[in-house]
Design a protein. Structure first.
Length: 317
């Protein structure tokens, strides 16, 4: 046995026995042909890997939860082109054995860089009421610290520390480019981009694995983001009703479809552009993360359960 091996190094350890401590990002007890088995997604700050527990799966399932750190022993295997960990022993790890920050994935872009890019967009908004609104919300240092650290999703895209601001800056960048092609109101569109997911600060708890808060499950970030915009606009004397109405529509319609939890369908040009820019970044980043998690020699990715497909990995010669 060796010391802890990072997830990034496991791809070089195929057919070798390893040991280490990993965070349980996902846990699912499944029924196999002969017995139950435990399907896990393990992670540290270098990435994620799928793992299986074949023996005494039901008993082991009761010993830990998603979000816990576990100590494992097992063999790294290559199954149909996908590197996985076949676990033979595991136990719950005591907090004295690890530093949680070593197991949390983060944006590859430094948070200071993301913060600077974000406020560059804030300062580009010239409409005085929208500019005041953005500064009123994001100049709150306590709130912005939470916004800077928050993930953008539970499992699909930007699901890591600093993911929310990375996604927000990307959406604002796409919207800015779109504003050169279509006759949109730039200030309204960029303000909607910066505020569309602002309440994900309240929607997700990130104490290990990312999960929904009660408010996130019962209300959701569209309604919560709308609430943040309204409450702060009310603090600005004379904030135009029509302007707030259009900003709220951007926030409440950015999911684009009722089937995807949108409160309203996009009914302005700015709302249509924001929806598609948001969806483009979310989908492209989600697929990019799946491709990035694949072994260097893989031809296809793991199966994407959300979109019901595999992805072919193009590697230029």
């Amino acid at each position: 046995m060796t010391e802890h091996i990072s997830v990034a190094e496991l791809y070089q350890k195929v057919n070798q026995e390893i040991s280490g401590l990993y965070l349980v990002a996902e846990k699912e007890l499944r029924e196999g042909k002969n017995d139950f088995y435990l399907r896990l997604k393990l992670q540290d700050k270098t990435g994620t890997i799928s793992a299986n527990v074949w023996k005494d799966a039901a008993r082991h399932s009761d010993e830990f939860d998603a979000g816990d750190i576990i100590s494992v022993q097992g063999t790294v295997v290559n199954y149909k082109g996908q590197v996985q960990l076949s676990i033979t022993k595991l136990r719950f790890a005591d907090k004295s054995e690890y530093n949680l920050d070593d197991y949390l994935t983060r944006s590859k872009i430094e948070p200071e860089v993301l913060g600077d890019r974000f406020f560059e967009f804030v300062d580009k908004v010239r409409q005085p009421y929208l500019n005041k609104l953005l500064h009123l919300i994001f100049d709150d240092k306590e709130f912005f610290t939470k916004f800077l650290r928050a993930p953008a999703a539970k499992s699909w895209h930007h699901n890591y520390i600093n993911g929310l601001i990375e996604h927000t800056v990307a959406v604002a960048s796409l919207c800015e480019f779109a504003s050169t092609l279509y006759p949109v109101d730039y200030d309204l569109l960029i303000s909607g981009a910066l505020l569309h997911d602002v309440a994900k600060v309240q929607e997700y708890a990130n104490l290990g694995n990312i999960d929904f808060t009660d408010a996130g499950r019962l209300i959701g970030h569209l309604a919560l983001s709308d609430q943040i915009a309204c409450e702060n606009a009310c603090k600005i004397p004379g904030f135009p009703e029509e302007l707030l109405l259009n900003l709220r529509h951007l926030i409440l319609s950015h999911h684009g479809e009722y089937e995807k939890a949108s409160v309203r369908l996009p009914q302005t040009l700015e709302a249509i552009v924001l929806h598609h820019c948001d969806n483009l970044d979310a989908q492209a980043k989600g697929v990019a993360q799946i491709i990035e998690a694949a072994p260097p020699f893989a031809v296809w990715t793991e199966y994407d359960k959300l979109n019901n497909r595999y992805y072919k990995i193009y590697r230029p010669v």
